[in-house]
Design a binder for this molecule. Structure first.
Ligand SMILES: [Zn+2]
Ligand SMILES: [Zn+2]
Length: 545
């Protein structure tokens, strides 16, 4: 058994796990982040126990994970059996690797220790039923993300926790690549309901499928990450295919993958992704755990989630150290820096991947981190300067980035706060309103952009106030008939980022870019009703002179 294949922290981890059992724990949770060699760790432990005549049962919920464990055991020369559909059993082996689904239909093999891989799932009913069959065995849960849905720790299910390594330590030891997370255009999710602890799938798919968001996903990728092999996380199969189509129409080699993709087809896709022939892999649900292709260096988050575990798993897919020239990564030859394109508030909600977290069994749900967003490149960070472009963090509130979401489709309101202007500054006249068009549910909607200078903003200072108003019934568009009214509003809801300082008005080019609208020069032409709804008949004096 080649002990030298273990890294220092893995050796320490195994020792700590065995110590915990000696001190009386029956069940231990080992926290071992993505990229830390989780499979190697427990395969090595099983090998060690096998040599001492003890029996191990490794449990996994997916075929790939069963196969990964089996491969590692073979490397350690450990005789083992597989409990997996379509594979002949070897009941004589002391080490068994089982698919949870297959094992629920077969007799439980004897075991002195049961090792649930991806243990954050081990509180699900199918797993619990299996674990109940081993009242006297030791339990070793292994996971990169020791939280249940909604960020709750796995408290109660285990007696002790061993943190094998933290993501920060792994990055410092160059076992994980550096990364930058960017906060790009995301839809308003405030109207999306919560079902079973996470966002309603149909509603978040509708929000993410708006052409505005889909276009922006492809635009930002072409602008910043087109040279990187990329994994995209989508909400539904339809959404994923929509993204693939949009990438392809931009000339990008993109493929779709989901749980129903036949095995042979799937192997072909994985081969093309691993070789770089396919640049963008869009998937639903299959790449969250276990996808291990080092050249993937960009991750597009187009699937909103309330699950911290899922968020960390998604971002963890692009952290394997990798160099374009195939050279080994070391101090002189750093890995390509991974880029995380967040279009779903994942980072704002769950924090950056390497943030220090409380892994203890009784950890409280952590507050969302306070991160800065770089006004130049939209990188999110917690230091004094942007890790991507080097821009220094500006003192608040000058240049503050204000976010406003409005669920009401007929009214988008954006406020950009500025520092109080000097006393001597002359009053600013409002700029005339302009007629604008934007995209809602794939249809061009007309509205008006109202720009007012406010001397007495609600927060006490002065600011430009932007109001983007659409026609009253702009949710009444083709395609919206299948959605209920609330849904259509969510689908039409848009979140826009604005950077603005008090001494420069927002130029039209920036309006186009930041508000994602087409601007017509000249005055609006309301019909029967003014756009700003001040009065039922124009001229109202606000949007119509
Ligand atoms: Zn920056
Ligand atoms: Zn008006």
């Amino acid at each position: 058994m080649p002990a030298q294949t273990l890294r220092e922290y893995q050796r320490t981890g195994i020792r700590q796990i065995l110590d915990a059992y000696k001190q009386g724990a029956r069940s231990v949770l080992a926290v071992s982040p993505t990229g830390s060699g989780k499979t190697t760790l427990f395969a090595h432990l099983a090998a060690q126990l096998d040599a001492g005549g003890k029996r191990s049962l490794i449990l996994a919920h997916r075929r790939e994970l069963v196969e990964q464990a089996s491969t590692r055991l073979r490397e350690f020369d450990v005789r083992h059996g597989l409990i997996l559909a379509g594979t002949p059993p070897s009941p004589g082996a002391r080490v068994q690797v089982a698919s949870v689904q297959t094992l629920t239909r077969r007799a439980l093999p004897p075991a002195d220790i049961v090792i649930p891989d991806e243990a954050h799932l081990s509180t699900a009913a199918t797993w619990t039923r299996i674990l109940e069959g081993y009242p006297h065995a030791r339990i070793l849960g292994v996971t990169a993300t020791p939280w249940r849905l909604a960020g709750k720790p796995l408290a109660g299910a285990y007696d002790a926790v061993v943190v094998v390594a933290t993501p920060r330590e792994l990055r410092e030891q160059r076992h994980l690549s550096d990364y930058v997370g960017f906060s790009y255009l995301a839809p308003d999710l405030s109207g999306v309901e919560t079902v079973g602890g996470d966002y309603n799938e149909a509603q978040s798919a509708a929000a993410m499928s708006q052409s505005l968001i889909v276009d922006n996903i492809v635009e930002e990728w072409l602008k910043h990450s087109a040279r990187l092999s990329t994994v995209v996380f989508a909400v539904t199969v339809e959404h994923s295919r929509q993204l693939v189509e949009r990438f392809r129409s931009a000339g990008v080699s993109a493929e779709h993958l989901d749980g129903t993709t036949p095995l042979t087809q799937r192997e072909g896709i994985m081969r093309r992704v691993a070789s770089g022939q396919t640049r963008v892999l869009s998937n639903v649900g299959v790449c969250i755990e276990g996808l291990d292709i080092p050249r993937l260096k960009c991750c597009v988050l187009a699937r909103p989630t309330k699950s911290l575990a899922r968020a960390i798993q998604m971002m963890g897919r692009v952290r394997r150290p990798w160099r374009e020239d195939g050279r080994k990564v070391d101090a002189e030859h750093p890995s390509v820096v991974a880029r995380i394109h967040d279009h779903a508030f994942i980072i704002r909600q769950h924090g950056l991947p390497d943030q220090d977290r409380d892994y203890s069994l009784h950890a409280k749900r952590e507050a969302p981190p306070s991160l800065s967003t770089c006004p130049q490149c939209l990188a999110m960070y917690d230091g004094a300067r942007c890790p991507s472009c080097g821009t220094e963090k500006e003192p608040e509130p000058l240049g503050e980035r204000v976010i406003q979401t409005v669920a009401e489709a007929e009214q988008y309101e954006f406020t950009s706060a500025t520092e109080a202007a000097p006393d001597a500054e002359p009053a600013r006249p409002d700029k005339p309103p302009v007629k604008v068009r934007w995209d809602t549910l794939g249809r061009k909607v007309e509205g008006v952009l109202i720009r007012k200078w406010q001397e007495d903003a609600p927060w006490g200072g002065k600011q430009w106030h932007y109001l983007l108003r659409g026609p009253k019934r702009d949710y009444d568009v083709p395609g919206a008939a299948q959605l209920d009214k609330q849904m259509a509003k969510v689908a039409a809801g848009v979140l826009v980022w604005i950077t603005y300082t008090h001494d420069t008005p927002l130029p039209d080019s920036k309006v186009r870019r930041e508000f994602k609208v087409e601007v017509d020069d000249g005055e609006p032409e309301p019909q029967g009703e003014c756009y700003c709804a001040t009065t039922p008949r124009p001229p109202c004096g606000v949007c119509t002179p």
